[in-house]
Design a protein around this ligand. Structure first.
Ligand code: PBG
Length: 328
């Protein structure tokens, strides 16, 4: 029935009607809070490129865990800044590195908090790439896929032994989900879940994170392992491969320039699909707010709603605490 019978505005007339017909709802349990734990600081350190975000000393882990739990967040995601870096990312395998220590402290403080760990060596390599290097035929250094898998598998085990509930590989090497699943099962960690960064683009929106996690590549970029932002069919292929290798959950990253990809992956799989509202997306809102250009709280909720509406079950976001408070 066209106008004048149909009047969509009828359902927008009052706040109560709008609430009644709202299609997408947000809850604190949808948010996963990314955290940076550093082995080299003993007080929280603000990250200049990400207003409101801190690097935390491991001694803050219990407090941060209680904070996440008291806000009802769905989970936390841990990144580490180690004391030392080398070409092979050896410190990623240190059982008393910042991530394993923080995991133990958080699980002790709040046993039922879901703790996810990022598995990738870029914070631990001196060259800043997400894997072990070898010389290519052209004499250029390139990331050696299969050699990297061994390190990732070992890193996943170190995190699982510390008590991580979910292992989240973010390196984009081929075959890592299967390799990590085998390592976890072999180590007696059949219950540890794998959240695969299945669809991760070579994005400019990771810029602020690279300061937070001190992991900017020292030469070249990540386009031989992360995906070309122009490709969507390839996203479905990546998602399918990771599902077949045994991923329990899939992630699309970044979120905002890839809402179509979130929707497409959502339609292809029955697994939970998460999206990473990355550092650049966060810092753009903070910068626009600081310049007086937008209403920050509204913009934040609009962004998070759009990611859920696109089909994400949960959102990794630096807004987690602020957004949970806005929903209280
Ligand atoms: C790699 C990793 C990155 C992010 C999460 N895991 C950086 C990269 O791939 O360069 C980016 C997260 C963000 O920008 O918020 N360990």
């Amino acid at each position: 029935m066209p106008f004048p019978t149909s009047r969509p505005r009828r359902l927008r007339a009052t706040a109560a009607l709008r609430r009644l017909v709202r299609e997408t709802l947000l809850a604190p349990g949808d948010f996963i809070w990314p955290l940076f734990f550093s082995a080299t600081i003993d007080a929280p350190q603000p990250v200049s490129t990400m207003p409101g975000v801190f690097q935390w000393p491991v001694s803050s882990a219990a407090k941060v865990a209680r904070d996440a739990a008291s806000h009802g967040l769905g989970a936390v995601l841990l990144f580490g800044l180690p004391k030392t870096k080398d070409a092979r990312g050896s410190s990623a395998l240190d059982p008393v590195g910042p991530v394993p220590r923080a995991v133990r402290e958080m699980k002790n403080a709040v046993p039922d908090l879901v703790v996810i760990t990022d598995v990738c060596v870029d914070e631990y390599t001196d060259h800043g790439h997400c894997g072990i290097l070898r010389e290519s035929a052209a004499g250029e250094p390139s990331v050696d896929n299969d050699a990297t898998l061994e390190v990732l598998a070992e890193m996943a085990l170190v995190h699982a032994r510390a008590g991580a509930d979910v292992i989240a590989p973010s390196d984009m090497m081929d075959g890592r989900v299967g390799r990590i699943r085998k390592a976890l099962d072999g180590g007696g960690f059949q219950e540890a879940c794998i959240l695969s960064y299945a669809v991760k683009y070579a994005s400019s929106f990771y810029g602020p994170f690279r300061e937070a996690a001190d992991c900017a590549p020292q030469f070249g970029d990540r386009s031989t392992y992360q995906m070309d932002p122009a490709n969507a069919r390839e996203a479905l292929r990546e998602a399918r491969l990771d599902e077949d290798e045994g991923a329990d959950m899939l992630m699309v990253k970044p979120a905002l320039s890839y809402l179509d990809v979130i929707r497409a992956v959502r339609e292809q799989t029955t697994l939970p699909v998460f999206a990473y509202n990355v550092s650049g997306e966060y810092s753009m809102l903070k910068a626009a707010a600081a310049a007086g250009m937008i209403d920050y709280p509204r913009a934040m909720m609009e962004v998070l709603t759009s990611i859920r509406r696109a089909g994400a079950d949960a959102i990794l976001t630096y807004h987690a605490i602020e957004a949970a408070e806005a929903l209280e």
